[in-house]
Design a protein around this ligand. Structure first.
Ligand code: NAP
Ligand code: MG
Length: 491
């Protein structure tokens, strides 16, 4: 740890690792500092969980799954616990909002939406737990065959720092609903709300070992979890580079994984679209969470015939955007860390040096703290198709506008990156909307909308470098379970 980092006067002490419904210090005794990115100061510490802590957590989950109180619960009882956890999250709303906002630097309004969605995940999966039916399969005479959905066992979960609370609900909700015992490794950069939710799970009545959370560094605790032979499945959200490591580790242990690895999602605007309706959504889709969203609408693809009327409207809005600290009602917060800020600023500087035109730039609020990791939003365009900014995930408030000619060209451009997570299509021609939606190589398509407010109910995931498998919605319940075929001969 860098001893020179400025510290708050009242640094929140590390609680530990949450294993078997108890706080236990990391076996190494080490802790990690947690920065408030809007202030640039250390405001909390977390346990630096490592390989041995992960082993303890996996053992606790295994006991809960094989012999413990968790495995004895019915689907209805599991559902009730999940619903109760959702209610406890609502009951501790302000506390969780404050934690999430300070930890991630998010505007309070965003943190409120995130905590609302987190409660909603547990409510949704609480309601779903006892509604996953098996099936009866017609077979030869004299046989009775069923297909039954079973939990996988112990599931591992590695989540990023951009939406810690929501990601917890999104990944633990379906896993617990199906009866798995879970071990979660949140991101060291932001996980205080996650740790609090683990505590609330115990308060809701989840038995020991069902929900375990081990904070720590990715290459230590995260790697240890993904490589542990005692897990039966792993869910990962984060960078493609780490996604490859997770999938490699899963292959060594012959287990499955769901990977959600970000994107370079297009928002496609045809010349017949309603620009007045489209523009606020287009801007929000990249500015939300300061662009640190896997499904950020980072590429604005504009039909040449629409460019001259649409772009000035986007420019006007973009230039007014202000970054600031959570309680100053900014349009966006800071970048999560100094390291990530350097990465984002590096993309912006390189594009400027390469001569990519800047169409508009926002600013940082005057009262924003000096030490905060702020990056003013930038709109570039027209961005050449082979430029870095047209293909690579920046993970910051940078919107790249590109020109296309017609429908075929729009599809070629939209599908022309290594990623395939989500896409937006703006048009008033319904037949075109359907044609384009069907040919986009992504996991979700929005027509005359984008992102649809969290979309707890909507199956979500990617193709290509954006990953595979689905979370959210009912689909996640299938992801976190396996079908067993039972054949009974009855004569
Ligand atoms: P990252 O390294 O992939 O982090 C995601 C999670 O994986 C964190 O919990 C991290 O732990 C953990 N991790 C890191 N190395 C690991 C390993 N060897 N084995 C197992 N787990 C490991 O992402 P990042 O470095 O924070 O961000 C880099 C880039 O990734 C971003 O600029 C963005 O492009 C992309 N990203 C995408 C998403 C998304 O939602 N799809 C989210 C975040 C980042 P620690 O952070 O605690 O070390
Ligand atoms: Mg933080």
């Amino acid at each position: 740890m860098n001893q020179d980092q400025p510290r708050a006067t009242d640094v929140l002490p590390a609680k530990g690792c949450f294993i078997d419904n108890k706080w236990v210090p990391a076996i190494s005794g080490q802790t990690l500092p947690v920065m408030a990115p809007a202030e640039g100061i250390v405001f909390a510490e977390i346990a630096a969980g490592g390989r041995e802590d992960i082993a303890r957590a996996v053992a606790a989950a295994r006991t809960a799954f094989e012999t413990g109180a968790w495995s004895r619960l019915s689907a209805t009882e599991r559902g009730r616990l999940l619903s109760r956890l959702g209610q406890l999250i609502e009951a501790h709303f302000d506390e969780l909002v404050a934690l999430e906002a300070r930890d991630c630097g998010k505007p309070l309004a965003t943190a409120r939406a995130d905590v609302t969605a987190t409660a909603r995940y547990f409510e949704y999966y609480g309601g779903a737990a006892d509604k996953v039916h098996g099936e009866q399969i017609p077979f030869m005479n004299g046989y009775y065959v069923t297909g039954e959905r079973e939990p996988l066992g112990v599931t591992g979960h590695v989540i990023p720092w951009n939406y810690p609370a929501q990601m917890t609900g999104r990944t633990l909700g379906p896993a617990l609903a199906m009866g798995n015992a879970t071990v979660l490794k949140p991101a060291e950069d932001a996980c205080l709300a996650v740790l609090r939710i683990a505590e609330l799970a115990a308060e809701a009545g989840f038995p020991e070992g069902a929900v375990n959370v081990v904070p720590g560094l990715g290459h230590e605790a995260g790697a240890a979890l993904s490589e542990h032979p005692g897990i039966d499945f792993i869910s990962f959200t984060g960078s493609p580079q780490v996604g490859t490591m997770i999938q490699t580790a899963a292959a060594q242990n012959h287990i499955g994984c769901v990977l959600e690895l970000g994107g370079k999602s297009p928002q496609i605007v045809f010349d017949d679209a309603d620009f007045e309706k489209a523009v606020p959504v287009i801007v929000a889709a990249i500015v939300q969470n300061a662009g640190q969203t896997c499904s950020a609408g980072a590429r604005l693809l504009v039909q040449r015939s629409a460019w001259d009327s649409l772009i000035p409207m986007v420019v006007e809005r973009f230039a007014k955007l202000r970054a600031g600290k959570p309680d100053d009602a900014p349009d966006l917060g800071p970048i999560i860390s100094a390291k990530q800020r350097e990465r984002v600023a590096g993309y912006i500087a390189a594009a400027k040096v390469a001569g990519v035109p800047v169409l508009a730039e926002g600013a940082v609020q005057e009262q924003a703290p000096e030490g905060g990791f702020f990056v003013p939003p930038v709109l570039f365009g027209p961005v050449p198709r082979d430029a870095e900014l047209a293909c690579e995930e920046v993970f910051g408030p940078v919107l790249s506008a590109l020109i296309f000619e017609d429908e075929a060209d729009a599809l070629a451009l939209a599908n022309g990156t290594e990623y395939g997570l989500i896409a937006g299509v703006w048009t008033n021609d319904n037949a075109r909307a359907l044609r384009v939606a069907r040919r986009l190589r992504v996991g979700q398509v929005y027509v005359n909308a984008y992102g649809a407010g969290g979309g707890v109910e909507l199956p979500f995931g990617g193709v290509k470098k954006s990953g595979h498998g689905r979370e959210k919605g009912f689909e996640a319940l299938y992801e976190f379970s396996a079908l067993k075929t039972v054949v009974i001969k009855h004569d």
